[in-house]
Design a protein around this ligand. Structure first.
Ligand code: IVH
Length: 678
């Protein structure tokens, strides 16, 4: 897991601009807080909220003059709702300061050690649950009330609803005179799925996440509804405890032990450590299992364990100094669109690309994101200069998911598709894709340089000529050494050795690598041609239908449409390709240079017809390699586990798919299983 900081914040040269931005950020954030805390109906995720708040704080630090003496954003938001009776907390319900990186956590420790004047501090780490904080008051062992946090001082009495939450004891044995327990009401992920299915059936809005669902459910007026929502509880703190009873409880970890003994649900994921290094390994471990946990967690709460030391550290503003919340890298952040440019693809399609203020999302720095097509720009209503929500989940490519329109300042510019190809100045044509209802723009120049380069890149990628990357292709093209993919096969070592930058060795490597790929399987050959709408899978279908290149070149409408998965659009595109004399010549050129596809061979192998799912990180194989090995033995890869899955290949930190495999009793194997096949 990456523990880097968020950086690359939006920069302002102009002070006035910064002042305006600060004002609108405040407005937007304050509105989000109202929605979150009062209405339990946040429009945007926590991560987006965090991202905007960070931008505001960074700007305030830079432009101190715009900082407010009394900042309304510093108090815990959320006035209690009218519908519930109010309860004044005997002890204030605090909030936590967030840290977003290893560095920030280390700085927190530094401050702690400086104030305590020692570096021998024990820490207690536990999960940060993604739910709703509540306070439970027990007198003589009986639950007196349960309350929400509200604004930290005054909350809502939700006792009747609390009683419907599983795991909350209504009375406790061997109880102290008085105990006030703090903890989180949560909803398990599976429960959310079920409820959302029901909401969908009834045409009601779905809950965005488990926290909203838990919070929304708990504030229902009808306790019966709360019961149906199946909520759970984890206790994490003792706010008040009768003195005689509390004598021996001198650490936060002992508080957890007592909570457990008294019968409260306490999470098993917690650890007492004597150094921050061990805290970090706990954080890493949690990062690894996080996805597979039954409930949502967005970080780890770290506290100084000793209660006496906690007292000495005290509270600043709304949060204690002795505790902080380490937040996992966000999968959603906000950033600014600096520009929108277009890229020319191998089919000539113009793809708009957003150039972003570089920002860290899900552990990697992102500075560009595809906007796919004109429809997408229209649907999202993106303008140049907009603040947008950028999302990167796991291995998926980063995408812009929405625009924070409330942050517009009137200077944003609409993006217009160019009339001419930005690379070759060729004419651009608007085409509607039948059936799909989408509009795309194409460069119509057959000789467009960009189109050509992309075609070569595509060819090289499909045939796995891994020594030849986009930079080398561009170079060879500039030098006039190649003008189509076939030319690669005519290159000699001397051609390459002449080029500066290539030493003798890499030249021979490249030539060797190219030569190695002269006899590709038919499906690879077809896929490498780059026929519009013919991807890897369609190429496989074509290869298994026609068996040889000769047959494929003779394909007609009927024979193509007979193939399952190939509709009229794809068939038409294939025929158009095959009828074009340029393409015929290109194929002949390939053949004459010795690039001859192998005849189709029915996938043999012991795994013919078997379905595999990969999960977790494989140690010595990339996903692509694993996929290749499995497919070469006739197996198929699927992205999700079902009862029809035959094997789940589990690497390190497997996600929820591992659990699904257990549920469906699917055979689970390690990566050695695949390596042994190779
Ligand atoms: S301790 C002194 N422990 O995070 C603060 N809070 O941002 C007392 N939360 O309102 C809270 N898991 O809703 C604490 N293990 C945990 C937590 C936790 C989730 C929430 C809680 C609190 C918020 C603070």
């Amino acid at each position: 897991m990456y523990l880097g900081a968020n950086f690359g914040r939006i920069t302002f040269v102009d002070k006035k601009e910064a002042q305006k931005r600060i004002a609108s950020l405040r407005e937007v954030i304050s509105d989000m807080r109202y929605r979150y805390h009062v209405l339990n109906d946040p429009e945007i995720t926590d991560e987006v909220y965090d991202s905007l708040t960070r931008e505001l704080r960074d700007l305030e630090n830079k432009y101190q003059e715009y900082k407010l003496d009394i900042d309304p954003l510093d108090r815990v938001a959320g006035a209690p709702l009218d519908k519930f009776e109010k309860i004044t907390h005997e002890k204030r319900m605090l909030s936590l300061n967030d840290v977003f990186s290893e560095d920030e956590l280390a700085k927190w420790e530094e401050r702690v050690e400086k104030i305590l004047m020692t570096d021998k501090v024990s820490y207690f780490s536990e999960l940060k649950f993604d739910g709703l904080a509540i306070s439970l008051r027990y007198e003589k062992g009986e639950l007196v009330y349960g309350a929400t946090r509200g604004d930290g001082f005054v909350g809502e009495n939700i006792t009747e609803n609390i009683k419907m939450v599983r795991g909350i004891p209504l009375s406790i044995k061997n109880a102290p005179e008085l105990i006030e327990v703090r903890g989180e009401v949560i909803m398990r992920k599976k429960v959310l799925d079920k409820i959302n299915k029901q909401q969908e059936k009834e045409n009601k809005t779905k809950f965005a996440n488990t926290r909203n669902a838990a919070a929304g459910s708990l504030r229902q007026l009808d306790p019966k509804v709360v019961k149906d929502r199946t909520l759970d509880f984890f206790a994490y703190d003792i706010a008040l405890l009768s003195e005689d009873y509390g004598k021996n409880i001198d650490t936060h970890s002992k508080e957890h032990e007592l909570l457990f003994e008294l019968g409260f649900p306490v999470s098993e994921y917690e650890r007492k450590t004597s150094s921050l290094k061990e805290v970090l390994s706990f954080i890493k471990e949690i990062g690894g299992v996080r996805e597979s946990l039954e409930f949502g967690t967005d970080g780890v709460v770290v506290s100084v364990d000793d209660l006496e030391l906690q007292k000495r550290l005290g509270i600043v503003g709304k949060a204690p100094r002795y505790m902080c919340a380490y937040k996992f890298p966000a999968e959603q952040v906000t950033t600014k669109v600096k520009d929108i440019i277009v890229q020319v693809g191998r089919t000539g399609v113009l793809t708009p690309l957003a150039i972003l203020e570089p920002t860290l999302v899900s552990g990697s720095t992102v500075s560009k994101a595809t906007l796919h097509n004109a429809d997408q720009i229209k649907r999202l209503d993106i303008k140049i200069g907009d603040t947008v929500v950028l999302q990167k989940a796991g291995d998926v490519i980063p995408e812009v998911v929405s625009v924070v329109t409330a942050l517009r300042n009137g200077k944003e510019k609409d993006f217009v598709f160019p009339k001419m190809c930005p690379v070759c100045d060729g004419e651009v044509e608007k085409r509607e894709s039948n059936g799909k209802n989408t509009v795309a723009y194409y460069c119509t120049n057959k000789k467009c340089d960009a189109k050509n380069l992309r075609r070569i890149e595509h060819f090289v990628k499909v045939l796995d000529i891994y020594t030849v990357g986009p930079k080398i292709i561009e170079r060879l093209n500039d030098e006039g050494l190649i003008s189509d993919p076939a030319d690669l096969f005519a290159l000699t070592e001397a051609d390459l050795a002449d080029l500066e930058r290539f030493g003798e060795k890499s030249a021979s490597n490249i030539i060797e690598n190219i030569k190695d790929k002269k006899k590709p399987p038919l499906n690879k050959f077809i896929s490498a041609l780059g026929i519009l709408h013919v991807g890897e899978e369609t190429a496989k279908d074509l290869s298994s239908r026609f068996h040889t290149l000769e047959n494929f070149l003779k394909a007609d409408k009927d024979s193509l449409e007979e193939i399952e998965n190939i509709g009229p659009n794809v068939a038409e595109s294939i025929l158009e390709y095959l009828e074009d004399q340029h393409h015929r010549k290109f194929i002949e050129k390939l053949l004459s240079l010795g690039v001859v596809p192998k005849k189709y061979e029915k996938p043999k192998g012991e795994f013919s017809g078997k379905t595999f799912v990969l999960t977790g990180t494989l140690e010595s194989l990339s996903r692509e390699e694993a996929k290749r090995i499995i497919e070469s033995h006739g197996g198929k890869i699927s992205s999700s586990v079902s009862k029809n899955t035959d094997f789940v290949v589990a690497g390190e930190n497997p996600g929820s798919k591992y659990k699904d495999a257990v549920t469906y009793k699917v055979k689970i194997v390690g990566e050695d299983f695949i390596k042994n096949l190779a």
